[in-house]
Design a protein around this ligand. Structure first.
Ligand SMILES: N[C@@H](CCC(=O)N[C@@H](CS)C(=O)NCC(=O)O)C(=O)O
Length: 308
């Protein structure tokens, strides 16, 4: 029996994938592509009702969510791997301090940066909301920069799993080229060096390259676009996957409809296997159109309201 990790390329699930690799335990990754909105699909909502990755299914059949909790659980379950310093030590206290700082103060900002429309106080304020979140993002990385005590690692005693968390999350936000190419290396050079050191670790190297294939732990240009700003449709439409969801009743003819959301369907998925869902303007959901591979504009704004 092995772990099953529900994750998406370059996302927070990569920190879990790296921790599993460091622990040397068997696992497989179930692609839950954010780019294809798989985290909002019906099948994944049953695994994590919050509809976010990562989620981890243990060999005992227990579902874990929340990246920090998953990392802590992996440390408890595989003490022989020494992913964190032993309980009760000052080093562990510092590791927990910064693990929780990242999960509560830094990680949540990425939702605001990638999906600012979810936090709009009034229509048209999304750009200002995103700009504020980006500024907070940078401020908080500067705090973490000062906490790095054992360069390249966070702790003076050497590597621990918080380094994996720092490395992965420091690679975001995905749409801001200047952040990663200039700001981070110059303003937070220890964070940058830590991320590069993680990318070179024996247990991490192949996994890291699978997510960030370009040299020097930097993502390729194609990875630099956040999901919320991907407005244009994929070039080629794919045929529907074998396991399509239950067909729903068609709406009465002549009623006005608009595209409400797109969903990936079936498993395994790829980014261009998309199911178009329509709803009446009153918000009533009629169901899928049976068309695949078509995105009309930026549907992110409507995503969270629909669950099939
Ligand atoms: N508090 C959660 C946050 C998870 C999270 O925000 N995941 C992102 C990917 S890194 C996600 O699934 N985003 C998709 C969405 O918000 O729709 C954790 O630490 O695991």
């Amino acid at each position: 029996m092995s772990y099953i990790l529900y994750g998406s390329r370059g996302s927070g699930s990569l920190a879990i994938e790296l921790a599993l690799s460091e622990a040397g335990v068997p696992f497989r990754v179930e692609d839950t592509s954010i780019e294809g909105a798989a985290q909002r699909s019906e099948w994944f909502s049953a695994i994590n009702p919050q509809r976010k990755v990562p989620a981890l299914l243990t060999p005992q059949g227990e579902t874990l969510t929340e990246s920090a909790a998953i990392l802590l659980s992996l440390d408890e379950r595989h003490r022989e791997a020494a992913l964190l310093p032993p309980a009760g030590t000052p080093e562990r206290a510092q590791a927990l301090r910064w693990l929780l700082f990242i999960s509560s103060e830094i990680y949540p900002l990425i939702e605001v940066i990638d999906y600012p429309e979810r936090f709009e106080a009034s229509p048209g304020t999304a750009d200002a909301t995103r700009a504020l979140a980006k500024a907070k993002w940078r401020d908080r990385w500067l705090l973490l920069e000062r906490a790095i005590a054992g360069a390249p690692w966070l702790l003076s005693g050497g590597f621990c799993l918080v380094d994996l968390y720092i490395a992965v999350i420091s690679r975001w936000p995905s749409g801001d080229k200047e952040y990663r190419a200039e700001w981070l290396p110059t303003r937070a050079p220890r964070v940058e060096a830590l991320a590069r050191a993680v990318a070179e670790r024996t247990a991490c190297k192949a996994v890291w390259q699978g997510h960030f294939p370009s040299p020097s732990a930097q993502p390729a240009a194609s990875e630099l676009e956040p999901p919320a700003t991907r407005a244009s449709p994929p070039a080629a439409a794919s045929p529907p996957p074998a396991a399509s969801p239950a067909t729903r009743a068609s709406p009465p003819e002549g009623l006005p409809f608009h595209i409400l959301d797109v969903f990936t369907t079936g498993r395994p998925m790829s980014g261009n296997q998309l199911l178009v869902v329509e709803a009446s303007r009153s918000g009533e959901i009629w169901g899928d159109t049976g068309r695949y591979g078509e995105i009309r504009g930026d549907t992110g704004r409507y995503g969270p309201v629909l669950r099939l």
